[in-house]
Design a protein around this ligand. Structure first.
Ligand code: SF4
Ligand code: SF4
Length: 374
């Protein structure tokens, strides 16, 4: 579990105090909550809204929550969506245009709200996804001002996983279940409270204000054991973390059509993926046609419009669209960002209505290549 100095114990009864500290420091808190039978990150001011004693069951095309009555707040593995929307909302206005009396247009940039946000209960895979999104949205010289503003105002509080769902495979992508860096505060949950450590100056200040005692050696050992158990509990693994050589020359493989025969083109997989950042921009005119809002909205490899070039779709069917999604995520990202675009959260597998399984489908290309070579 890394260095132990500065690791303290936060009993459950002191958790509310931590929330109050966030509020006093000017943060609004976004934390996991049960909404319509699924766990989502949403604004709250109290720990009472956390999904305490709740366990999630995930399999390809299957998601259910059950209440166990247990004392833990984080017995579940991953929320329906990660924390992407806190930095890159599903829709946001970038600028507005207003026609003036003389007919000329007046353009105004609309920046993201200045509100500081404490994102509580972030999983390791989702923290890894934020690091990947940073690579895209904060590219030197091409920083996205909306993302940049939200990112600068974000306090990240991670909670290590203590259970794995049937879709999780972060151990094989080396993006979990433990967060090693990039957080302000990190919690590891035990039966009566949390181990807490800081990873930034702001986290250190907040932790010091809690006035907690150092964690005991047996508590540190328990948390270590828990992390080891979660990693070994994961029954799924990705065949390789770099598919570039396995996809080379496979553009016309019959596998793509076999997937397309089951794919509905619904885009669920891209909506829940914490690293999918594709979007389109559109105008929303005012009713009196004197102005318009220019907004950015999430888009998907699976929408026909997303592949249009000069009004003509270059990926005409689900075969081409799924191929684009998987090849980009598992291979193209390496050329673009130096690593895979998959952090092993398993959401695209859970939330695919027909159970299209990224791990199974991608492994076919590795198996086919090995077979061809033998
Ligand atoms: S591709 Fe699937 S498993 Fe990988 S990060 Fe996206 S949603 Fe998670
Ligand atoms: S693979 Fe599944 S989730 Fe993705 S678009 Fe096709 S049917 Fe929808």
């Amino acid at each position: 579990m890394g260095a132990t100095s500065g690791v303290q114990f936060l009993p459950f009864k002191e958790l509310e105090l931590l929330f109050q500290q966030f509020i006093q420091a000017g943060y609004s808190i976004h934390a996991p909550q049960v909404v319509d039978g699924a766990i989502l990150y949403s604004e709250t001011e109290s720990i009472d809204m956390l999904p305490r004693g709740v366990v999630d069951h995930q399999q390809p095309g299957h998601y259910r929550l059950t209440e166990t009555g247990g004392s833990r707040y984080f017995s579940w593995s991953s929320a329906l969506q990660g924390v992407k929307a806190a930095l890159f909302p599903p829709s946001e206005v970038l600028w507005s245009a207003e026609q003036q009396a003389g007919g000329e247009l007046d353009f105004t940039q609309v920046l993201a709200p200045q509100q500081a946000v404490a994102l509580f209960g972030v999983r390791a895979c989702d923290l890894a996804a934020i690091k990947l999104m940073d690579r895209h949205f904060l590219r030197s010289g091409a920083e996205d001002p909306w993302y940049q503003q939200r990112r600068a105002n974000l306090l990240l509080i991670t909670v290590s996983c203590s259970s794995a769902s049937g879709s999780c495979f972060c151990a094989s992508t080396a993006t979990g279940p433990e967060s090693e860096s990039g957080f302000d505060l990190r919690l590891d949950e035990l039966d009566t409270g949390f181990l807490i450590r800081s990873g930034s100056e702001q986290g250190e200040i907040l932790q010091a204000q809690l006035g907690l005692k150092e964690a005991k050696p047996e508590q540190l050992a328990k948390a270590d054991e828990q992390l080891h158990t979660v990693a070994t509990q994961q029954q799924r693994a990705i065949a390789t973390n770099d598919f570039r050589c396995h996809f080379t020359g496979q553009e016309e493989s019959p596998v793509w059509q076999q997937i397309a025969d089951r794919c509905l083109g619904c885009g669920n997989c891209t909506a829940v993926c914490p690293t999918c950042f594709c979007h389109r921009e559109e105008e929303v005119p005012s009713l009196d046609l004197q102005g318009s809002l220019h907004q950015r909205v999430w888009d998907s490899c699976f929408s026909g419009e997303h592949s249009q070039l000069h009004g003509v779709p270059v990926r005409t069917g689900r075969r081409e669209r799924y191929r684009q999604w998987m090849m980009h995520k598992l291979a193209g990202w390496h050329d673009q960002f130096g690593e895979s675009g998959c952090v092993g959260c398993g959401r695209c597998i859970t939330w695919c209505p027909t159970g299209v399984d990224l791990l199974e489908e991608s492994a076919r290309f590795v198996r086919d290549q090995l077979r061809d070579q033998s």
